[in-house]
Ligand binder design. Structure first.
Ligand SMILES: [Ca+2]
Length: 310
């Protein structure tokens, strides 16, 4: 809080102790990272720090494992396009890449090599009946043809010259529906966030929806255009709260101050068309405005399916 510190520095030496306490208290209460950022979280194992299990009994390949509380989904295609991804819990304790972990020592990962996928994880959860809910989850994409090691981050980074165009979404199914089978897509009733095509950075994806009953399903989704060598995504710090409570309070306030839906929809579409692919991102710079637009529009404006890979 540099502004307040500067202000404090200008105070007379004899300033009241109470004043000093008030000035420094915001620093002491700065929000910590991880699940502490999500009071009232309705999700289980949102930070992916819990256990995990192999998922072949659910219909995945033998090699996949998913964090407890979460379930895998993917669209079953062929060897190059929409191949089944491998699901793994990235774990520092067994040599996982710390750059791909946002909280603690674990994140959820899924990936294909030299293939595209359309896949994600989901969790079905009880909620207050007909509540308006905000789902936020952090995603990080790693995508491209080359192997580019960055010494500063001590990790391999995405190839900007030959990218896979990896896009990330968050979604809520307000009816609590789940995919009909392993290999089937999520139901059409899912309301999706806007996509992000940012790579190698954590992007908060967020979506707001009103439950149609007392159960909803939250989803993450990743898909790509090109079957490049690396199509990986990592997921962290999922948070589902009743809108207007806890960390969602600021979003509700932003919604109240947002422009009318028609203006928001028009300008949003324009921005998507004009910006270089991928940098419009879901939310990276302005989660409150994105969420506000979602509240007013009430329906995803972006397609669930994207052009087939080459
Ligand atoms: Ca974590």
């Amino acid at each position: 809080m540099p502004t307040r510190n500067t202000l404090a520095g200008t105070l007379a030496m004899g300033a009241a102790l109470l004043t000093a306490i008030l000035l420094v208290s915001p620093v002491a209460t700065a929000a910590p990272s991880g699940q502490a950022d999500c009071p009232g979280n309705l999700l289980v194992n949102g930070n992916f720090e819990g256990g995990s299990r192999k998922t072949e009994s659910l219909g995945t390949s033998l090699s996949s494992a998913v964090a407890d509380g979460w379930f895998p989904w993917f669209v079953r295609g062929d060897e190059a396009n929409n191949r089944e991804p491998e699901f793994k819990v990235e774990q520092v304790a067994i040599g996982g890449d710390p750059y791909r972990i946002r909280s603690g020592g674990q994140s959820q990962k899924f990936f294909t090599t030299w293939a595209t996928h359309t896949a994600g994880i989901y969790q079905r959860v009880s909620v207050p009946r007909n509540a308006t809910l905000q789902f936020a989850v952090y995603g990080m994409a790693y995508s491209g043809e080359a192997d580019i090691f960055d010494p500063g981050r001590r990790s391999f980074l995405s190839d900007p010259q030959k990218p896979g165009n990896y896009r990330l979404w968050a979604g809520i199914d307000p009816t609590g529906a789940v995919p009909s089978a392993m290999g089937a897509p999520p139901p059409a009733s899912v309301i999706w966030s806007e996509p992000s095509m940012v790579t190698d950075e954590w992007v908060m994806l967020t979506v707001v929806a009103r439950a149609q009953g007392a159960v909803v399903t939250v989803y993450t989704k990743g898909t790509q255009d090109w079957s490049v060598k690396h199509n990986d995504s990592f997921w962290e710090d999922a948070c589902l709260v009743v809108a207007g409570r806890g960390s969602a309070a600021a979003l509700a306030a932003a919604a109240a101050a947002a422009p009318e839906a028609s203006a928001g929809e028009s300008s949003g579409g324009q921005a998507q068309a004009e910006q270089p692919a991928g940098r419009t991102a879901a939310v990276s710079g302005s989660p409150p405005r994105q969420a506000a637009a979602r509240l007013r529009l009430g329906v995803a404006r972006f397609p669930d399916r994207l052009p087939a890979a080459r």
